[in-house]
Design a protein around this ligand. Structure first.
Ligand code: SF4
Length: 408
């Protein structure tokens, strides 16, 4: 088990009420039992356990991600105390770099917050879903008002005062990808982390037969705009896929490089799996009494940190793009009836976008591909192969392990 970042849920409430939020609106209500804010007394326990983990694993880099709910609801003094104490620990550890980040909805960003980010070297990232139309469709306040105008202002202040404008965008296929791409250029974004929405097989709103692939079609348009733009901002998803396809890095779809500390100190494997149901991510572990690595003894922790890219459904095991896709994100594989014993809900979308990017690389670097004897990929051929082979394939040898998580 190896991770290099802690997600710290320093606030368990939010000033927005986004309809797709896995924290509050996808069936997990455990936030109601959490204190509204992390107690400052928790900081010593977190840093003590972090130091032990770093020493035991000889880590050279470690990140603290202030998260929520909405982290900027927290008192600024908490950030000062945390970073001051953490920097002291870093000096004692020597030869390790600490990074401080925060993921905010951007509504509260003002000059005072920017000063704090500069003072403590906290790197903020703001959630914006593209255009005002796309953003205000889901990212509403508790009175049902869209939040785009406030967020736009927040990002502008951030850019002006800190020079940083990193965005996280949940894809809204109802908006034109060109308009979405252009909206972030208008914002002066340096990097945009486009995220595929966190649906499971139980609440997937798109064509569940996989015949229609709106997500892939949207992403393909975005990719083509992006790749031909000479003044592009970084799109993490595309640079990651290109690097994985070219074999420059291992595909990171397993996401298992972070550990979550809840507002009351509970240790959890991954927060996006809250979308699988009420209390799904609870491990019974707490920072006060347990080590980080105890999470590996919980079934979900073991799956997330050790097995998420190897224990796959039967179809994924025979899939030609498995080395890039790795079965997709865990949350997208879940179904109440049989746990994680499924390909991603976005399976055909993933095949299509991977094939498209690989074929684009083929066009750009023909010599490389000819040398390696690689030919262009055909999405339909892969899907037909998978469907036909799957009919004659025995169930995954991991079926029992994956279906253990069934909630039926
Ligand atoms: S593309 Fe589909 S079948 Fe292939 S690994 Fe990904 S989810 Fe599994």
């Amino acid at each position: 088990m190896k991770f290099d970042a802690l997600i710290l849920k320093i606030a368990s409430r939010c000033n927005l009420n986004c309809s797709y939020c896995f924290m509050y609106n996808l069936g997990d209500n455990t936030y109601k039992n959490q204190p509204k804010f992390m107690d400052v007394n928790m900081i010593d326990s977190i840093l003590e356990k972090t130091a032990s983990y770093i020493i035991a694993n000889n880590q050279k880099r470690f990140s603290f991600i202030f998260h929520g709910g909405e982290p900027l609801l927290m008192d600024k003094e908490f950030f000062r105390i945390f970073v001051t104490k953490a920097n002291k620990i870093k000096e004692q550890l020597q030869d390790v770099s600490f990074y401080y980040l925060t993921q905010t909805n951007g509504v509260l960003i003002d000059e005072a917050w920017c000063e704090l980010f500069n003072e403590l070297k906290i790197y903020p990232s703001v959630s914006v879903d593209g255009t005002k139309m796309a953003h205000d469709m889901y990212r509403l306040d508790h009175k049902g008002n869209g939040s785009y105008d406030k967020v736009f202002k927040g990002v502008a202040t951030l850019k002006e005062k800190t020079g940083i404008a990193d965005i996280v965008c949940v894809i809204n296929v109802n908006e034109d990808p060109l308009a979405t791409y252009a909206s972030f250029k208008e914002m002066g974004a340096v990097a945009v982390n486009y995220l595929i929405p966190d649906y499971t097989h139980d609440n997937f709103p798109f064509d569940s037969t996989g015949e229609k692939t709106p997500m892939a079609d949207w992403l393909i348009q975005l990719f083509d705009i992006w790749i031909s733009d000479t003044s592009k901002y970084n799109i993490t998803m595309f640079s990651g896929l290109i690097n994985a396809i070219l074999g420059l890095v291992t595909s990171k779809n397993n996401e298992s490089t972070v550990l979550v500390i809840e507002t009351n100190g509970e240790i959890e494997a991954v927060d996006s799996l809250k979308a699988c149901g009420h209390g799904f991510t609870k491990s019974g572990l707490n920072i006060k009494t347990n080590e980080f690595t105890d999470i590996i003894n919980s079934p979900l922790g073991k799956l997330y940190f050790e097995d998420s890219t190897t224990k796959l459904a039967a179809k994924c095991n025979i899939c030609p793009v498995k080395s890039i896709c790795k079965g997709g994100r865990l949350v997208h594989r879940f179904k109440k009836e049989n746990g994680f014993n499924n390909p991603s809900v976005y399976c055909h979308d993933l095949i299509k976008i991977i094939a498209h990017i690989q074929n684009k690389m083929f066009e750009l670097f023909p010599d490389l591909y000819t040398k390696e004897n690689i030919t262009a990929m055909d999405t339909n051929e892969i899907i037909t192969y998978l469907n036909e082979t799957y009919l004659t394939t025995k169930d995954s040898v991991f079926s029992d392990d994956l279906e253990f998580f069934s909630t039926h």
